[in-house]
Design a protein around this ligand. Structure first.
Ligand SMILES: [Zn+2]
Length: 241
């Protein structure tokens, strides 16, 4: 199996997983850097992640120009291109509007890791506000200027929230990005529950660093693979990925 076919197959599975785990509904998207050309990325044509098949996957240049594939692209493909442009270490990006995360984009209270499996989302999660540089917009990322502004807000981090909109996470692999996107939603749910009772003791930066080092260790059944195999079944796929 070629690298490209294997990558497209994993990208299709990733889309089904983010749908099954309710990170994405009708909206949101997952991309991966092209395995044979770092100046390209793979992303579905504009449709709900739950419906995506291999034939929907298109190829884009980092500025969002279509290189191959047919269909109407996602308007917000510039999120992905701008992050790949700014971050050579990033191999996959998930953008979502998951509902428990959105409150943390508008209340001035930071989303922070609260539970060990959520450490992947990162110790510092900024909120990008389009008002700062673009004034009143339709809140979507519709061009590279906005995409690059978001990428600057993300910086070297894993996660960034987008005010009144959603979030974007960047990973060193499809599995890491999907894991972070699912755990961003899980952490938001837990933080909303915990904060209802009073001040929260969050994970420390030292704890987050140690957990992330172990999670990305790799090997069968370790790192992100165990979660991937579990979510694979949830999404209706046979096999162990
Ligand atoms: Zn969006």
């Amino acid at each position: 199996m070629s690298d490209l076919k294997a990558t497209i197959d994993e990208l299709v599975v990733a889309n089904r997983i983010v749908a099954a785990e309710k990170v994405c509904d009708a909206f949101g998207h997952v991309s991966v850097r092209h395995p044979g050309d770092p100046k390209r990325f793979l992303l579905s044509r504009g449709r709900a992640p739950e419906l995506i098949e291999a034939k929907d996957i298109m190829t884009f240049a980092l500025d969002g120009t279509t290189v191959s594939g047919t269909g109407k692209p996602y308007l917000e493909r510039f999120i992905h291109g701008a992050i790949y442009e700014a971050r050579p270490d990033v191999q996959a990006v998930v953008h979502s509007h998951s509902y428990s995360v959105v409150p943390f984009s508008v209340i001035g209270e930071r989303l922070r890791p609260i539970m060990h499996v959520c450490a992947t989302i990162g110790a510092d999660i900024p909120v990008w506000d389009p008002q700062a540089n673009f004034g009143d917009t339709d809140m979507l990322i519709g061009d590279m200027r906005q995409g690059r502004d978001l990428a600057r807000a993300l910086g070297a981090r894993t996660s960034v929230l987008m005010r009144g909109h959603g979030s974007t996470v960047a990973g060193r692999s499809i599995r890491e990005a999907v894991y972070a996107a699912v755990m961003l939603e899980v952490n938001a749910q837990l933080q909303l529950k915990a904060q209802a009772f009073g001040p929260v003791k969050f994970l420390t930066e030292g704890e987050i660093g140690k957990i992330r080092a172990r999670q990305s260790g790799g090997g069968p059944g370790e790192g992100y693979d165990r979660a991937w195999q579990y979510w694979l079944r949830h999404a209706g796929f046979e096999g162990d990925g």
